[in-house]
Design a protein around this ligand. Structure first.
Ligand code: NAP
Ligand code: F7E
Length: 348
């Protein structure tokens, strides 16, 4: 049986990838951070919590990464763990560099020293492209990162290529455009919207406060995107691939469609709040996934309208069940309202 190590198994992609790889017959190991309160709700939600092996490790602690690779003896490592929220990277630029940037080196170096035959996937991102683009972006488009998060990911992107070319490690960058799902973290705009729409429709909340409504993103469906990670590591040669839908939509369109699902008018429920603007924002992202289609045989099936419906319906269903007393693993009831969170941006 092939063995796999997923860093960040408790996150959105980690949970979906673990499920996908278990179904493929892999023995799955995943790293998690030791927290005062357990954070396994996604694995429980997908009903795979009892099927995965969990290893405590932190990306700032090299010894724990080395240990994780020694314990799991993996054939493949999917490096998904990161401080992944762009907004937070402006509040925690040093920590983001340590975790999201240097963390990649710690994993790659452990692989090089312990077993350089391990295949490595790096969670690269469309944020690498940054600002100023207006056309579909491919593997050949130059990068111009526009946040501490993107700069840290650019470092990880190059480290991956350097270990591939310098040490002949089978290392791939998946340049994934935004991908969403009902397991998305609540601070990201799509889930923030779907969760608020459900609460407003049920009378639990009164309004939704958002920042830059004009930002455009290429939003795909996370369970489909994790398959592309696996496909990259099954090829004859390591390479880098864009994974996207080749469509772009604004935050405004997402909000409009989401309120449509519950028969409400977005304009009556959304307020623009300058606290949710970033010091720098990426206004346009659209990905050209031709190479992945041709070489991996990968293509997206769930597009924008369907994605919005999936997310709003699942959050609505969860809040309805919650109101009728049902209890299940889920993040939203314990999430503080944003007025309780004080950051530099949120204090303005
Ligand atoms: P996510 O839900 O935020 O999950 C991030 C994971 O990293 C969580 O398991 C988190 O653990 C873990 N983590 C954070 N800091 C850590 C640390 N210091 N040590 C060890 N683990 C740590 O992110 P995602 O959406 O699944 O994304 C997966 C990866 O793909 C990330 O690297 C992200 O930057 C990248 N990416 C995401 C997208 C997207 O649209 N989703 C697109 C392109 C690239 P906790 O659960 O304990 O917080
Ligand atoms: O923002 C705008 C915001 O935080 C999308 C991560 O997974 O995808 C994600 O990064 C857009 C931005 O995702 C709010 O300014 C408006 O323009 O959902 P987001 P992101 O920054 O694109 C990439 C590919 C990754 O790699 C990252 O890890 O929406 N926006 N109003 C807002 N964003 C948030 N979060 N909250 C708002 O109220």
């Amino acid at each position: 049986m092939e063995r796999v190590l997923i860093t960040g198994i408790t996150g959105q992609d980690g949970a979906y990838l673990a499920k996908f790889l278990l179904e493929k017959g892999y023995e799955v190991y995943g790293t998690y951070r030791r927290l005062s309160t357990p954070n396994f709700w996604r694995l429980q939600y997908l009903e795979i919590f009892d099927s995965v092996n969990l290893i405590p490790a932190d990306l700032v602690d090299t010894t724990s990464i080395v240990e994780a690779i020694k314990i799991s003896e993996p054939d493949e490592v999917y490096h998904l763990a990161a401080q992944s929220f762009v907004g937070a990277s402006f509040e925690q630029p040093v920590g983001t560099g340590e975790i999201t940037g240097l963390g990649v080196t710690r994993v790659l170096e452990a692989i090089r020293q312990i077993n350089p035959n391990i295949r490595f996937y790096q969670a690269s991102t469309s944020e690498l492209y940054g600002r100023g683009n207006l056309t579909s972006l491919s593997e050949d488009t130059p990068f111009q990162p526009s946040s501490p998060y993107a700069a840290a990911k650019l470092y990880g992107y190059w480290l991956t290529r350097i270990y591939r070319e310098g040490y002949k490690i089978f290392a791939c960058n998946g340049i994934l455009f935004n991908h969403e799902s009902p397991l998305r973290g609540l601070e990201f705009v799509t889930r923030k919207i779907s969760n608020a729409v459900a609460k407003i429709a049920l009378g639990i909340e009164r309004e939704l406060r958002l920042g830059n409504l004009d930002a455009k993103r290429d939003w795909g469906y996370a369970p489909e995107y994790v398959e592309s990670m696996w496909l990259m590591l099954q090829q004859k040669e390591p390479d880098d691939y864009v994974i996207a839908t080749n469509e772009t939509h604004s935050v405004k369109e997402f909000a409009e469609k989401a309120f449509d699902v519950v028969g409400l008018d977005w304009q009556e429920n959304v307020k623009v709040d300058k606290r949710f603007f970033r010091p720098l924002d990426v206004n346009f992202l659209q990905g050209d996934y031709s190479k992945a289609k041709q070489k991996l045989g990968w293509r997206p099936k769930v597009k924008f309208d369907k994605l919005v419906k999936i997310m709003v319906k699942e959050d609505l269903d969860r809040w309805e069940k919650w109101q009728s007393g049902e209890r299940f693993p889920w993040d939203a009831p314990n999430y503080p309202t944003e007025t309780k969170i004080v950051t530099r941006a949120l204090r303005v």
